[in-house]
Design a protein around this ligand. Structure first.
Ligand SMILES: Nc1ncnc2c1ncn2[C@@H]1O[C@H](COP(=O)(O)OP(=O)(O)OP(=O)(O)O)[C@@H](O)[C@H]1O
Ligand SMILES: [Mg+2]
Length: 151
Protein backbone atom coordinates (compact mmCIF):
# COMPACT_ATOMS: atom_id res chain seq x y z
CA UNK A 1 0.00 0.00 0.00
CA UNK A 2 1.49 3.29 -1.11
CA UNK A 3 0.36 5.28 1.93
CA UNK A 4 2.35 3.04 4.29
CA UNK A 5 5.67 3.75 2.59
CA UNK A 6 5.38 7.55 2.39
CA UNK A 7 7.62 9.11 5.01
CA UNK A 8 7.51 12.58 6.53
CA UNK A 9 8.87 14.13 3.33
CA UNK A 10 5.54 13.50 1.60
CA UNK A 11 5.02 13.08 -2.12
CA UNK A 12 3.07 14.46 -5.07
CA UNK A 13 1.04 11.81 -6.92
CA UNK A 14 -0.22 12.87 -10.34
CA UNK A 15 -3.28 10.82 -11.33
CA UNK A 16 -4.07 10.49 -14.99
CA UNK A 17 -6.81 8.65 -16.80
CA UNK A 18 -10.17 9.40 -18.41
CA UNK A 19 -13.46 10.09 -16.62
CA UNK A 20 -14.33 7.19 -14.37
CA UNK A 21 -10.89 5.59 -14.55
CA UNK A 22 -10.68 5.36 -10.77
CA UNK A 23 -8.62 8.37 -9.76
CA UNK A 24 -10.87 9.29 -6.84
CA UNK A 25 -11.06 5.66 -5.75
CA UNK A 26 -7.27 5.62 -5.73
CA UNK A 27 -7.23 8.68 -3.45
CA UNK A 28 -9.74 6.97 -1.13
CA UNK A 29 -7.25 4.10 -0.85
CA UNK A 30 -4.46 6.56 -0.13
CA UNK A 31 -6.63 8.18 2.55
CA UNK A 32 -7.46 4.85 4.17
CA UNK A 33 -3.73 4.08 4.36
CA UNK A 34 -3.23 7.39 6.15
CA UNK A 35 -5.99 6.52 8.65
CA UNK A 36 -8.45 8.99 7.11
CA UNK A 37 -12.05 7.86 6.59
CA UNK A 38 -12.18 7.09 2.84
CA UNK A 39 -15.88 7.96 2.69
CA UNK A 40 -14.97 11.57 3.51
CA UNK A 41 -13.02 11.73 0.23
CA UNK A 42 -14.97 12.72 -2.87
CA UNK A 43 -14.07 14.77 -5.90
CA UNK A 44 -14.13 18.38 -4.82
CA UNK A 45 -16.82 19.96 -7.02
CA UNK A 46 -16.70 23.61 -6.08
CA UNK A 47 -13.21 23.76 -4.68
CA UNK A 48 -9.98 22.78 -6.33
CA UNK A 49 -8.63 20.88 -3.35
CA UNK A 50 -9.56 19.43 0.03
CA UNK A 51 -7.26 18.85 2.98
CA UNK A 52 -7.32 15.98 5.44
CA UNK A 53 -5.32 15.24 8.57
CA UNK A 54 -3.97 11.71 8.63
CA UNK A 55 -1.24 9.64 10.19
CA UNK A 56 1.81 7.83 8.90
CA UNK A 57 2.81 4.29 9.92
CA UNK A 58 4.84 5.69 12.83
CA UNK A 59 1.84 7.66 14.09
CA UNK A 60 3.24 11.01 12.99
CA UNK A 61 0.86 13.44 11.30
CA UNK A 62 0.45 13.45 7.52
CA UNK A 63 -1.52 16.04 5.61
CA UNK A 64 -3.32 14.72 2.55
CA UNK A 65 -4.29 17.21 -0.13
CA UNK A 66 -6.74 15.95 -2.74
CA UNK A 67 -6.85 18.23 -5.76
CA UNK A 68 -9.01 17.88 -8.85
CA UNK A 69 -8.02 20.13 -11.73
CA UNK A 70 -10.81 19.01 -14.07
CA UNK A 71 -12.65 22.31 -13.90
CA UNK A 72 -9.67 24.58 -13.63
CA UNK A 73 -9.75 27.04 -16.48
CA UNK A 74 -6.56 29.03 -16.09
CA UNK A 75 -3.24 29.25 -14.32
CA UNK A 76 -4.51 32.35 -12.52
CA UNK A 77 -7.41 30.37 -11.09
CA UNK A 78 -5.02 27.71 -9.87
CA UNK A 79 -2.73 30.25 -8.24
CA UNK A 80 -5.69 32.08 -6.72
CA UNK A 81 -6.89 28.86 -5.11
CA UNK A 82 -3.57 28.48 -3.32
CA UNK A 83 -2.71 25.31 -5.20
CA UNK A 84 1.00 26.11 -5.17
CA UNK A 85 1.01 26.48 -1.37
CA UNK A 86 -0.03 22.85 -1.07
CA UNK A 87 2.85 21.51 -3.11
CA UNK A 88 5.42 21.61 -0.34
CA UNK A 89 7.60 18.92 1.24
CA UNK A 90 5.77 16.96 3.91
CA UNK A 91 2.39 17.05 2.19
CA UNK A 92 0.91 14.03 0.47
CA UNK A 93 -0.63 15.68 -2.60
CA UNK A 94 -2.85 13.63 -4.91
CA UNK A 95 -3.82 15.50 -8.07
CA UNK A 96 -6.57 14.32 -10.42
CA UNK A 97 -6.24 15.60 -14.00
CA UNK A 98 -2.68 16.65 -13.19
CA UNK A 99 -1.95 16.69 -16.93
CA UNK A 100 -3.90 19.96 -17.08
CA UNK A 101 -1.21 21.67 -15.06
CA UNK A 102 1.97 19.73 -15.64
CA UNK A 103 4.13 22.80 -15.32
CA UNK A 104 3.01 23.22 -11.72
CA UNK A 105 4.14 19.75 -10.69
CA UNK A 106 7.46 19.36 -8.91
CA UNK A 107 9.98 17.69 -11.17
CA UNK A 108 10.19 14.67 -8.87
CA UNK A 109 6.73 13.13 -8.51
CA UNK A 110 4.92 9.83 -8.93
CA UNK A 111 2.79 9.64 -12.03
CA UNK A 112 0.01 7.06 -11.89
CA UNK A 113 -2.05 6.45 -15.02
CA UNK A 114 -5.21 4.38 -14.71
CA UNK A 115 -6.63 2.35 -17.53
CA UNK A 116 -10.03 0.66 -17.45
CA UNK A 117 -9.85 -2.99 -18.48
CA UNK A 118 -13.38 -3.92 -17.46
CA UNK A 119 -16.13 -2.83 -15.10
CA UNK A 120 -14.08 -3.76 -12.03
CA UNK A 121 -10.60 -4.08 -13.48
CA UNK A 122 -7.96 -1.37 -13.73
CA UNK A 123 -4.40 -1.32 -14.93
CA UNK A 124 -2.00 1.09 -13.27
CA UNK A 125 1.05 2.51 -14.96
CA UNK A 126 3.41 4.03 -12.43
CA UNK A 127 6.19 6.34 -13.50
CA UNK A 128 8.76 7.81 -11.14
CA UNK A 129 10.29 11.05 -12.37
CA UNK A 130 13.21 11.56 -9.97
CA UNK A 131 15.30 9.97 -7.22
CA UNK A 132 12.75 10.51 -4.48
CA UNK A 133 9.85 9.02 -6.42
CA UNK A 134 12.01 6.11 -7.61
CA UNK A 135 12.77 5.34 -3.95
CA UNK A 136 9.07 5.49 -3.08
CA UNK A 137 7.94 3.38 -6.03
CA UNK A 138 10.54 0.76 -5.11
CA UNK A 139 9.36 0.63 -1.50
CA UNK A 140 5.76 0.49 -2.73
CA UNK A 141 6.49 -2.59 -4.84
CA UNK A 142 8.51 -4.19 -2.02
CA UNK A 143 5.59 -3.60 0.35
CA UNK A 144 3.31 -5.64 -1.89
CA UNK A 145 2.31 -3.15 -4.54
CA UNK A 146 -1.19 -2.02 -5.21
CA UNK A 147 -4.09 -2.63 -2.91
CA UNK A 148 -7.00 -0.34 -3.59
CA UNK A 149 -10.17 -1.28 -1.82
CA UNK A 150 -13.51 0.10 -2.87
CA UNK A 151 -15.40 1.83 -0.05
N1 LIG B 1 -9.75 -0.11 -8.57
C1 LIG B 1 -11.04 -0.24 -8.93
N2 LIG B 1 -11.63 -1.45 -8.94
C2 LIG B 1 -12.92 -1.55 -9.31
N3 LIG B 1 -13.73 -0.54 -9.66
C3 LIG B 1 -13.21 0.69 -9.65
C4 LIG B 1 -11.83 0.89 -9.29
N4 LIG B 1 -11.59 2.21 -9.38
C5 LIG B 1 -12.75 2.80 -9.77
N5 LIG B 1 -13.73 1.88 -9.93
C6 LIG B 1 -15.13 2.19 -10.35
O1 LIG B 1 -15.12 3.28 -11.23
C7 LIG B 1 -16.00 4.30 -10.77
C8 LIG B 1 -15.42 5.66 -11.06
O2 LIG B 1 -14.26 5.84 -10.30
P1 LIG B 1 -13.72 7.26 -9.86
O3 LIG B 1 -14.81 8.16 -9.43
O4 LIG B 1 -12.61 7.02 -8.91
O5 LIG B 1 -13.15 7.79 -11.25
P2 LIG B 1 -12.34 9.12 -11.56
O6 LIG B 1 -11.16 8.71 -12.37
O7 LIG B 1 -12.05 9.84 -10.29
O8 LIG B 1 -13.34 9.93 -12.45
P3 LIG B 1 -13.43 11.53 -12.69
O9 LIG B 1 -12.49 11.84 -13.81
O10 LIG B 1 -14.84 11.73 -13.07
O11 LIG B 1 -13.05 12.22 -11.41
C9 LIG B 1 -16.17 4.03 -9.29
O12 LIG B 1 -17.44 4.41 -8.85
C10 LIG B 1 -15.99 2.56 -9.17
O13 LIG B 1 -17.21 1.89 -9.30
MG1 LIG C 1 -12.53 11.75 -9.67
Amino acid sequence: MLARVIDERGVVVALEGPLGAGKTVFVKGLAAGLEIDPSSVSSPTFVIASEYEGRGPDGSPRRLIHADLYRVGSAAELEGAGYLDWIVPGHVVAVEWAERALRWLPRDHLRVSLETLGRDRRRLHVQATGPRSVQLATKWVEAGGFAVQLA
